[in-house]
Design a protein around this ligand. Structure first.
Ligand code: ZN
Length: 315
């Protein structure tokens, strides 16, 4: 399957498409595009852009020898599958240096996983990185167009798309350091990740440290799925400051599983029923507490037997 996957071996997005003034200028005017900057997890010039689908062709090279950031247009030679569409894609890459661009020619083709170009700092770049924009469809016209903010944005026959709408993350290829909050979708759950999932065997206290002497801050119902980040003796760390006894966790996947969310409010009341009596045991919940989603009723979520919280404060 010709999936479009993230083109760097390490994802370390330093600026998302709405993180700074210059990127916002791309998508607050008309037409728009959604650039990201990724330094490949290194401040040195060592990351490569790899061909992210079965085949791409170089359509245009611009800026060599000028003070404008060097810009490269790549187009897929067949339809690609993304998390949101199936179509051709065109990708703009900015900042590779002149010395790396001289090895590229219009019409040159690359197969999935081939190194296409190294990151650079050409133009007004602060540090070595790739500035990447994606368009759905084939390049049209000159491949870019000035938007109403006076910024050059990608021009393709089906318009610019956000990076998370375009790229899957292939966990076997890309190690994710930071997404800058962009909600990328994985091609599949990686095996290693699955191996870290455990299931609660009976209602289980959650403590702020590895031992019964630590304060109990919440409880998780039987069949809650948790991920073990670290173990200390018989205690398992399930988030930055949440520990549970490993004696009540199993690898055996139950037929019914409760997924979890995190609390977002500084302090979140727990109630005996939807909008019912406020409880004081293992409550209120502090921010970033893991809660199980057993069932929802209107705006209320059941997190354990006789424990309910307001849905808007979970993410
Ligand atoms: Zn940029």
């Amino acid at each position: 399957m010709n999936y479009l996957t993230y083109p760097l071996k390490k994802m370390n997005i330093t600026q998302g498409y709405s993180d700074n003034y210059s990127h916002k200028q791309h998508n607050t005017g008309e037409p728009k595009d959604y650039p990201i900057d990724d330094n490949g997890g290194t401040s040195k010039k060592e990351a490569y852009f790899y061909c992210p689908c079965d085949e791409m062709v170089v359509k245009k090279i611009y800026g060599v020898g000028t003070n404008v950031g060097n810009t490269l247009w790549l187009e897929s030679t067949s339809l690609v599958i993304t998390p949101t569409f199936t179509d051709y894609v065109t990708i703009i890459i900015v900042h590779p240096n002149d010395s790396d661009f001289k090895n590229l020619k219009v019409g040159q083709k690359f197969k999935r996983g081939d190194k296409i170009v190294e990151e650079g700092d050409d133009g007004k770049a602060t540090g070595y990185h790739f500035h990447i924009s994606v368009g759905r469809g084939k390049l049209i016209g000159t491949g870019w167009i000035k938007n109403s903010n006076g910024i050059w944005v990608i021009r393709t026959n089906n318009g610019a798309v956000k990076p998370e709408e375009a790229f899957f993350i292939d966990p076997n290829f890309t190690q994710v350091l930071t997404t800058k909050g962009i909600p990328f979708v994985k091609l599949y759950e990686d095996k290693e990740e699955e191996d870290n999932y455990w299931y609660v065997t009976e209602s289980l206290n959650v403590r702020i440290g590895p031992g019964t002497n630590y304060k109990c801050i919440n409880s998780l119902p039987k069949n809650t799925e948790v991920k073990i980040l670290e173990t200390v003796g018989t205690w398992a760390k399930i988030s930055d400051k949440e520990w549970v006894s490993k004696n009540f966790l199993t690898k055996t996947k139950p037929s019914k599983i409760y997924k979890t969310l995190k609390t977002t409010a500084t302090s979140l009341n727990v109630r005996k029923s939807p909008n019912g009596k406020i409880l004081s045991t293992k409550a209120p919940l502090m921010q970033n507490t893991t809660v199980a989603i057993m069932t929802t009723r209107g705006n209320w979520v059941k997190i354990n037997t006789d424990r309910w919280v307001y849905r808007s404060y979970l993410a």
